[in-house]
Design a protein around this ligand. Structure first.
Ligand SMILES: O=P(O)(O)OC[C@H]1O[C@H](OP(=O)(O)OP(=O)(O)O)[C@H](O)[C@@H]1O
Ligand SMILES: NC(=O)CC[C@H](N)C(=O)O
Ligand code: SF4
Length: 590
C-alpha cells in the first residue's frame, strides 16, 4: 500500500515535469512530438544479491527479415528450384538465423498478386521451427505452398511491451478493401513515448485500441496517415508524418497489397538493419548473418543508414530515401556485447572482432590490477558459454593462460536471457555443467559478457566451487555495470530488476564496491570494464553509441524523462509493469 502511494506521488510529480516540459517547448502533450532526433537530453540479499527483489524479467529484442524478387528483371541465383514467385520460401531460414533475437513468437506475411488474398499472414507463439513446422517436412511444405509469394516480411518476437500471447505476434496486418490501404508490418524496437502516443490516438474519440502495445499504435498511425491519401500512398511521406511523433527505436518492414515493400530504420540507428540489393533480389534483416547465410558476401551486405528507408516498387524497383533529419547515430552498444549473433557485422563493425577486443581490454586491466597469479599453472580462464567465449579466448591469448571449457552448456537450452519469470532462473540453473576434470584445484578467471540481474552468476558460482572443485573464482565482466534501464527495446525498464545500481549508484567503479559485489555473489574478486573501453572495442566514437544503460544519459528526450520516473519509483512494487507501461496506464486514468 505504502509503495502504491509512493508511486502515485512520484508519478504525478513526474506528470507535472512532463507538463512543464510540454509548456517549456510550447507543445501539446497529447498531440505532438516529444522527440527531437539526436537530442541528448542530459544536456538473501547479502549472499545472492538480486534474489530478494521481485523483478520483472529481462528479455531481448526482436528480429525483422524481408525478401523480394522483382519480376521482369531476370532470375536471382538465390532462388530455390520453386523460382522467384516462391522466394518467400527463404524467409523462415532467415528468421532462424536471427532466432537469437526472440523466441516467443514468429510470423510472416507474403505477397502474391495472383491470389485473391494479396497478403497472407501466418504467425503464432513459438520458435521459427514450431511456427513453420520445420521439423515436419510435409506440414512445412504445405505451409510454404500456401504462403508462396514473390515478397515476404517476417519477425521473431520477444515482448518489450504488452503481453506474450498470439495476438501480439508480428507482423500486424491491416486488411482494407482499398488495395492501397491494405498492408502488413513488423518492427524491432520500442517507442519510449508509447503512453503519450496512445493518449493522443484515443483523444479524437475515433480510435479504439484492442491491445497494449506500441506495435498497434504504429499500425494505427500509419493507417491514419494513409486515410488522408486519395491516391497511391507515398510511403516516405507516411514515414515522415508518423515518425515525427515517435521517440524511441524502431527498425521496421512493411509489405503492401500493391506489392510495395518498405524497410526503414530509426533516425538514431539504435536498432540495426542490414540489406543487400543484387539484380532482381532485395533482402534485409536485423543482422547480417541472415543475409550471409543466403549466400551473399560481407562486401555485398550494407547497413541501412539511420533515418532512411528503402522502397521496393514492383514497377520502378529499388530506391533509398531519407525520411527524417539525422545527426550522430546512437547505435545500441549492447548489440556487440551480447545481443547480436557473433557472426554478424553491424554498422561496419564485426561483432566477433569487437568481442575479441573486449577480451584484450580485460587482459590489459588484469595486468594492471595484478590481483591474480597470472604465471601460475593453476590459473585458467573459463568463459560462461556462449556469448563470452570470444572475449575469454582473446584475454587468454593475451595473457598466455589456457582458456578451458570448464562449463559445459546444454546445447538444447536457449539463451536464458529471453526466458520469462521463474522459468529463467530454473533454466539458468540447469543450463551449465561444471567440469571437475577441468576446474578441480584451479584458480578460475571466469569471463562473463555482462551481468544484468545476476541470475546467471547466482546459479553458477556455488556450483563451480562445489561441483567443479575450483579453489578460487575471479569474475571478469566484458561490460561496464548496467546501472540504468532501457526504454528502446531491451526488456529491462525498471531499476529494481538490475543488480548494479545497488553497488554503483552513478556507475562509478570503485575497488571497494566491486569487492562488495564479489563477496555478495560468492566470488573471490570481480572486475568490470570501464565505460571508455566500450567505444574502443567496438571501434566507434563514444558519441555514436547509445550507452544509456551504463551511463544514465539517454539519447532521446522521453528516454531521459522515463529514467527520472524509474529513479523516483525505485523500491516501489509496480506489479511488474514496465516504466513506459506505468506512464501509459497513469495517462489513461488521468
Ligand atoms: O546477469 P543476468 O541477468 O543473468 O544476465 C546476463 C547473462 O545472460 C546472458 O546469458 P544467456 O543465457 O542469455 O546467453 P548465452 O548462452 O547466449 O550467452 C549473458 O550472456 C549473461 O550470461
Ligand atoms: N523487442 C522488440 O523489438 C519488441 C517489439 C514490440 N515492442 C513488441 O513488444 O512486440
Ligand atoms: S539503453 Fe542500453 S540496451 Fe538500451 S538501447 Fe541504449 S545501449 Fe542498448
Amino acid at each position: 500500500m505504502l509503495a502504491r502511494v509512493r508511486f502515485a506521488v512520484c508519478f504525478y510529480a513526474d506528470l507535472r515535469i512532463l507538463e512543464d516540459f510540454k509548456l517549456s517547448r510550447g507543445i501539446d502533450l497529447r498531440g505532438t512530438p516529444l522527440y527531437k532526433p539526436g537530442t541528448n537530453a542530459s544536456q538473501d540479499s547479502a549472499r545472492h544479491p538480486g534474489n530478494s527483489v521481485d523483478m520483472s524479467e529481462i528479455h531481448h529484442e526482436c528480429g525483422v527479415a524481408a525478401i523480394y524478387h522483382l519480376s521482369g528483371r531476370g532470375r536471382s541465383p538465390m532462388c530455390t528450384e520453386d523460382g522467384p514467385r516462391q522466394i518467400s520460401r527463404l524467409l523462415p531460414r532467415m528468421l532462424l538465423d536471427i532466432q537469437n533475437r526472440g523466441q516467443l513468437a514468429a510470423g510472416m506475411t507474403t505477397y502474391d498478386p495472383d491470389q485473391p488474398r494479396l497478403l497472407r499472414t501466418r504467425k503464432d507463439v513459438g520458435t521459427v521451427t514450431e511456427v513453420f513446422r520445420l521439423n515436419h517436412r510435409a506440414k512445412a511444405e504445405s505451409l510454404m505452398k500456401s504462403l508462396a509469394g514473390r515478397a515476404a516480411i517476417g519477425h521473431v518476437r520477444y515482448a518489450t511491451c504488452g503481453q506474450d500471447d498470439r495476438s501480439y505476434a508480428q507482423p500486424f496486418e491491416r486488411k482494407h478493401i482499398h488495395k492501397r490501404k491494405w498492408f502488413s508490418f513488423c518492427f524491432n524496437g520500442q517507442l519510449s513515448n508509447y503512453g503519450l502516443l496512445k493518449e493522443r490516438l484515443l483523444a479524437d474519440g475515433d480510435h479504439h485500441l484492442t491491445l497494449d502495445t506500441d506495435t498497434e499504435i504504429i499500425l494505427h498511425e500509419f493507417a491514419r496517415q494513409m486515410s488522408q491519401s486519395p491516391t497511391r500512398i507515398n510511403w516516405i511521406d507516411v514515414l515522415k508524418q508518423t515518425t515525427a511523433g515517435f521517440d524511441g527505436a524502431y527498425s521496421l518492414a512493411v509489405l503492401t497489397a500493391e506489392g510495395e515493400m518498405i524497410v526503414a530504420r530509426d533516425p538514431l540507428g539504435i536498432k540495426p538493419m542490414c540489406y543487400v540489393h543484387d539484380g532482381p533480389l532485395f533482402a534485409a534483416a536485423s543482422e547480417s548473418v541472415a543475409l550471409l547465410n543466403l549466400g551473399f558476401s560481407n562486401e555485398q551486405i550494407k547497413s541501412l543508414p539511420p533515418g532512411h528507408a528503402i522502397i521496393i516498387d514492383p514497377e520502378t524497383g529499388f530506391r533509398m530515401e531519407r525520411f527524417a533529419e539525422t545527426e550522430d547515430p546512437k547505435h545500441c552498444f549492447f548489440e556487440w556485447i551480447y545481443f547480436a549473433n557473433v557472426a554478424s557485422t553491424l554498422d561496419e563493425q564485426s561483432v566477433y572482432l569487437s568481442r575479441t577486443r573486449l577480451g584484450e581490454e580485460l587482459a590489459r586491466a588484469e595486468r594492471e590490477l595484478d590481483r591474480v597469479a597470472l604465471d601460475c599453472p593453476d590459473t585458467i580462464i573459463v568463459p560462461v558459454p556462449d556469448t563470452s567465449k570470444a572475449a575469454a579466448d582473446s584475454m587468454a591469448y593475451q595473457l598466455s593462460i589456457p582458456c578451458r571449457e570448464g562449463l559445459i552448456r546444454n546445447r538444447y537450452a536457449g539463451r536464458t536471457f529471453i526466458e520469462g519469470g521463474t522459468a529463467r532462473k530454473a533454466k539458468a540453473a540447469t543450463k551449465y555443467t561444471p567440469l571437475r576434470e577441468v576446474m578441480e584445484g584451479k584458480r578460475i578467471i571466469l569471463v562473463e559478457d555482462s551481468i544484468v540481474r545476476s541470475t546467471t552468476m547466482n546459479v553458477l558460482l556455488d556450483r563451480i566451487r562445489d561441483v567443479g572443485g575450483a579453489k578460487e573464482i575471479h569474475v571478469r565482466v566484458a561490460c561496464p555495470p548496467i546501472i540504468a534501464p532501457c526504454f528502446y527495446g531491451i526488456d529491462m525498464s525498471t531499476i529494481d530488476q538490475l543488480i548494479a545500481p545497488k553497488y554503483f549508484p552513478n556507475g562509478k567503479l570503485t575497488d571497494e564496491a566491486q569487492q562488495r559485489l564479489a563477496d555478495d555473489l560468492g566470488a573471490d574478486s570481480l572486475r568490470y570494464l570501464p565505460v571508455e573501453a566500450i567505444a574502443r572495442a567496438i571501434g566507434k566514437p563514444s558519441d555514436h553509441l547509445c550507452q544509456a544503460c551504463v551511463t544514465g544519459k539517454y539519447p532521446t528526450v522521453c528516454g531521459q524523462h522515463l529514467y527520472q520516473i524509474a529513479l523516483d519509483n525505485r523500491g516501489c512494487k509496480l506489479n511488474n509493469k514496465r516504466t513506459y507501461e506505468q506512464l501509459a496506464a497513469a495517462l489513461s486514468q488521468g
